[in-house]
Design a protein around this ligand. Structure first.
Ligand code: AMP
Length: 401
């Protein structure tokens, strides 16, 4: 099958060709025809499968037939990064269409967004909270909405956005078509689907297991030796671009600092950083001027960098789904990728779950010559140790009565 089979508007085909896409990915093959027929869709696809173009191509095609200057399509995104990235994909795929998009998210002033909305756009890509602000203030007009896309629905649910989504849905009742994408299908998302979508077609790619082109390995290590192991690994291995996940914002800062001190060019990305700094870190990582990015799960949503060679879980994620999402950052569209996870004895149960999903035992590796027996530096470790899964590994303080 080729993109020609979809009968997309020639201006959109120009965008597809401009990006060098030649063969549609499996999710595109399955999702685009029913969306073009006007069907509601549930897309069960992990990241890196080409799901963004799977919904954007038919959305752009539809918008070519609708009035200009009115919002005909709304994409709801869990994070600002994903919203920005979706707008970039719209810019690329829709380069020749003359269609305009806007990314709407909080943490930045509203005025500029209001001005752009007043000037007229056809697609809004919005995070739920700020979108509701605009709806309540009457600064966005969704009365011409034709298509609604709910992207990464499971993530929005994890982030507590479900009530916001339900409020938004009440404001866009007149829409013709709804597309919902999710890597996993928790019960609340199923309920939302039953309440919201009309006779939907389900397209499913690869279950929720990570891409097959990723090789996975576990590095058992004591908590206090993780940074030393990380630095040693990076010194010894030729890595192209590396995304490191930690469990907390504080750890993200600390690991990035330790890497910089060890002579690596590294940045960090987490939700406490100002939007400008987050964007700068992402841009530097994308352009390759920074090869190592240390991030928390939420901040890393939507990081779309094709050449990530290594994902390193400095800390184990807290669920198999989070593992899938993290690992989905490498091995995109069947490029090769390595996924390394530093594990301590506390992680045994989750490792079993991941192995069950992957249907294979994960290889345990050690780094030759690395001193796995080095003791924890008593004081320093107690200070810098960060609570692991909600409880502290530091010695408990004795309360005086
Ligand atoms: P996504 O799953 O939407 O995050 O897409 C992952 C990456 O795949 C993005 O960088 C897209 O530009 C790229 N991509 C999407 N569709 C195709 C295609 N048909 N051929 C090659 N690359 C693609």
């Amino acid at each position: 099958m080729s993109f020609q089979n979809f009968n997309l508007h020639p201006s959109i085909m120009a965008g597809v060709e401009g990006l060098g896409y030649t063969v549609p990915t499996p999710i595109q093959m399955q999702a685009i025809p029913p969306i073009m027929q006007g069907r509601d869709i549930i897309g069960l696809a992990q990241t890196g499968t080409g799901k963004t173009a799977a919904f954007l191509l038919p959305v752009l095609h539809r918008l070519m037939q609708l009035p200009r200057g009115k919002i005909g399509a709304l994409v709801i995104s869990p994070t600002r990064e994903l919203a920005e990235q979706t707008c970039e994909a719209i810019d690329d795929l829709g380069k020749k269409t003359g269609l305009n998009s806007i990314a709407i998210y909080g943490g930045v002033g509203m005025d500029q967004q209001v001005r752009r909305l007043r000037n007229g756009v056809e697609i809004a890509v919005a995070c739920p909270g700020r979108l509701l602000d605009h709806i309540w203030k009457g600064t966005i007009d969704l009365s011409h909405l034709d298509m609604l896309v709910i992207d990464e629905a499971d993530r929005m649910f994890d982030m507590g956005f479900l009530p916001d989504i339900k409020s938004i849905l009440k404001c866009v009742m007149q829409r013709r078509q709804t597309l919902l994408f999710s890597a996993t299908m928790p019960a609340d998302i199923k309920k939302l689907i039953n309440e919201t979508l009309k006779n939907p077609v389900t397209v499913q790619i690869g279950h929720s297991a990570p891409a097959a082109s990723v090789s996975h390995a576990l590095y058992p290590v004591k908590q206090h030796l993780k940074s030393a192991l990380l630095i040693e690994f990076l010194k010894r291995n030729a890595t192209e671009s590396v995304l490191i996940f930690t469990r907390t914002k504080h750890r993200t800062d600390r690991v990035a600092l330790q890497l910089k001190r060890a002579g690596f060019r590294a940045s960090c990305l987490h939700g406490d950083m100002a939007q400008k700094k987050r964007q700068a870190a992402l841009d530097d990582f994308r352009s390759g001027s920074i090869k190592i990015l240390v991030a928390t799960d939420i901040a890393a949503r939507g990081i779309d960098v094709l050449s990530i060679s290594h994902v390193i879980n400095y800390d184990m994620p807290d669920s198999t789904d989070a593992y899938t999402h993290r690992i989905g950052r490498t091995g995109r569209i069947d490029q090769k990728g390595d996924a390394l996870t530093f594990v301590t004895h506390e992680d045994a149960a989750l490792i079993r779950d991941i192995e069950r999903i992957l249907k294979a035992a994960l290889e345990r590796r050690t780094l030759d010559g690395f001193d796995y027996t080095a003791p924890a530096p008593a004081v320093a470790y107690e200070r810098s140790a960060v609570p692991s899964r909600g409880y502290s590994t530091a010695r408990p303080r004795i309360r005086s009565r």
